[in-house]
Design a binder for this molecule. Structure first.
Ligand code: ADP
Ligand code: ZN
Length: 630
């Protein structure tokens, strides 16, 4: 970094001025300052921040201070277009260069470029390497090349894109231009890979905290899927939600079950016609659609920042995926909930899928072992009652200081130790043993619950001493206890299509009472909304209090206005103002344009464009008592 103190003071002032004027922010999030400093002195950097951590500001702000162009490499056209729309509303000359440009957009781009006004240009990697484009680039005074979603360059990541590979050539092509790489993928192996492949020179390594304090994590045993998902959605009235399923078929059936209950939900997966997919994602972004039930195909490119709930209807195959998908909640820094509905059968299903696809793909035992290892970490996370924030942080190699996170099912004390759990565990083990360790969990449950069905009677199992011992425990609950015993290694479940239960190494000790087992069950009644927590750090001015009735009414009215303006401008609503900005407006109720400028996220240009319309709505709500507003 620069050692000249005067220089760095002026630089700080320049940054602060641009931050206020263009972005309307008074403070920076952790590591934004460091990333921007690196860009301003022309040093390479690798910036690793979680989703919602504020990576875009790190490459959007420096070109405005330097009055030069930054080229941003981005994997998806949808992602680029949203950013360009957002930047234009801030008054920043920005454009995207991709093959779907309209003739107008192309003309505008050419004109901006020729006048040297352009500050941010987004390109897909394949476009970057077209000869004509490269020739043009060489003639520009570039501030930097920023590589968004830089983990796409790495095979070790979860989202490898072969077209990113060529970015390794950039260093040779433009040797003097600083390169800044951005990613939310935390694993050290991916980080190293990015650094090496891009040939970063003595980069500033800026790795943020991966914990997302504003997210409340819950893991519940999957019992009645539709009921559980519907209940979670109802905990977040009017809010956007994403529900992830493993298979296309599951997305369809769950979306239709939810629709039958009056929830505005659509299925999304790679098997839909391209037109349908575009329609659904644009409806979701425009707030015309509340709930998307999707496979992992839905995600990248969905930058809607006000997603308040992400449900996993089944367990994902790695914690990397889980972190990435839950990361789509609460990007605006406001509280959001992540619910995982888990059954140990999910693990068996993934194992089968992985083994099959490995066999089809020519059997790379090392790759398969790596996948199974990732899966096991995921399963351990889901199956154990350990603070979720702590478990995630530690998995990604970071310490977690707080003893109680206050934002997960474990720390919120939503799980109960089942009274008499040891005895129930012994009954389950003995039922497995007495039926000869030859059956799957549903049969064992039949025996324990005293079901006199044909299969049980045929085998004479109604005469076993364990028959009917757990008659009063619901079958779903018993199934979940079995899952917990499998996770503890007390029971083993074989792989394959019809997994059978067998005694694990610790079973004998449990049966003799030498080893204690605790079974957990969720407490009844999760109706309460999750606690309101916000992103900490330097997001000054945030107020942890929930909106009161009058503020909520004003907030809703401003959301409606935002939706209307966005439709007029053909941009997604969140680029007009974020929910965080609307919340602050609802609390502060500024009466003048000057007062409005003090609200986070309202810069000069947005004040000019939207100020009057929002002031009018605030004016209408002034003096309204909450009772009248309702
Ligand atoms: P990422 O790309 O890391 O996922 P974004 O760049 O999309 O995150 O930022 C997430 C949200 O945080 C956006 O709504 C953005 O406007 C907001 N944000 C970024 N930096 C700041 C800041 N310094 N102060 C307040 N809000 C910020
Ligand atoms: Zn916790």
């Amino acid at each position: 970094m620069s050692s000249n103190p005067t220089e760095s003071v002026t630089r700080d002032q320049a940054i602060a001025a641009v931050l206020q004027r263009w972005f309307g922010f008074a403070t920076m999030r952790p590591l934004q300052k460091e990333a921007i400093d690196a860009a301003l002195i022309g040093r390479d950097s690798l910036v690793v921040l979680p989703t919602g951590g504020g990576k875009s500001l790190c490459y959007q702000l420096p070109p405005l201070v330097l009055d030069r162009l930054t080229v941003v490499v981005s994997p998806l056209i949808a992602l680029m277009q949203d950013q360009v729309d957002g930047l234009k509303l801030l008054g920043v000359p920005a454009a995207a260069a991709h093959s779907n440009l309209t003739a107008d957009a192309r003309a505008e781009l050419r004109q901006l470029a020729a006048s040297r006004q352009l500050r941010l240009l987004f390109v897909a990697p394949e476009r970057l390497f077209q000869e004509e484009f490269l020739r043009w680039l060489r003639g520009q005074q570039l501030a930097a090349i920023a590589i968004d979603e830089a983990h796409c360059i790495s095979q070790w990541g979860h989202d490898f894109r072969p077209e990113y590979r060529r970015l390794a050539e950039l260093r040779q092509i433009l040797p003097d231009v600083p390169v800044h790489a951005f990613t939310a993928t935390a694993t050290p192996r991916v980080r190293k890979d990015i650094e090496q492949q891009l040939g970063l020179r003595d980069p500033a390594l800026l790795v943020g905290t991966f914990d997302r304090p504003e997210l409340t994590y819950r893991v519940l045993p999957r019992q009645n899927l539709t009921d559980q998902v519907a209940e979670a959605i109802r905990r977040h009235p009017d809010a956007a939600a994403i529900v992830y399923c493993i298979s296309r078929k599951d997305t369809e059936s769950l979306a239709s079950a939810l629709s039958q209950r009056g929830i505005d939900a659509r299925a999304y997966h790679a098997g839909l016609a391209a037109g349908d997919r575009t329609q659904i994602s644009s409806d979701f972004r425009a707030e015309r659609l509340r709930v998307v039930v999707a496979t992992v195909a839905f995600g990248m490119g969905i930058d809607r920042s006000d997603v308040r709930l992400v449900v996993h209807a089944a367990m994902p195959k790695s914690l990397e995926h889980y972190q990435q998908e839950t990361g789509r909640a609460g990007r605006d820094g406001l509280p959001a909930e992540c619910l995982l509905l888990y059954s140990a059968a999910d693990g068996a299903k993934w194992r089968m899928v992985m083994q099959r696809s490995s066999a089809e793909g020519g059997n790379d035992p090392e790759a398969l072992a790596a996948q199974l290892d990732l899966l096991q970490h995921m399963q351990r996370f889901a199956g154990r009652a350990r603070c979720r924030h702590r478990a995630l942080s530690e998995y990604f190699g970071q310490d977690y200081a707080a003893a109680n996170c206050g934002a997960c099912d474990v720390c919120l004390d939503e799980l109960d130790t089942v009274p008499g759990g040891q005895v129930i565990a012994q009954q389950i083990l003995s039922a497995v043993a007495r039926t000869g360790q030859r059956f799957g969990s549903s049969y064992v449950i039949d025996v324990l619950r005293g079901s006199r069905n044909e299969k049980v009677l045929q085998r004479g199992h109604e005469g076993l001493p364990t028959f009917g011992l757990c008659a009063e425990v619901p079958a779903m609950r018993l199934g979940n206890y079995i899952d917990q015993l499998v996770d503890d290694g007390v029971l083993q479940r074989s792989d394959g299509e019809y997994p059978i239960l067998q005694l694990g190494a610790a079973a004998a000790a449990v049966l003799r009472g030498e080893r204690e087992v605790q079974l957990l069950a969720p407490k009844a009644g999760l109706e309460a909304a999750p606690r309101r927590r916000r992103r900490g750090g330097s997001s000054a001015g945030s107020d942890a209090r929930e909106l009161d009735g009058g503020e909520q009414a004003l907030f809703d009215a401003m959301r409606a206005l935002r939706r209307k303006l966005a439709a007029e401008l053909a941009v997604p609503p969140y680029v007009v103002f974020s929910d965080a900005t609307l919340e602050e407006l609802a609390r502060a109720r500024p009466a003048t344009p000057a007062a409005m400028r003090n609200v986070r996220g309202i810069g000069q240009k947005k004040l000019e464009t939207f100020g009057a319309r929002f002031l009018a709505v605030i004016q209408e709500h002034r003096g309204h008592r909450p009772a009248e507003a309702e």
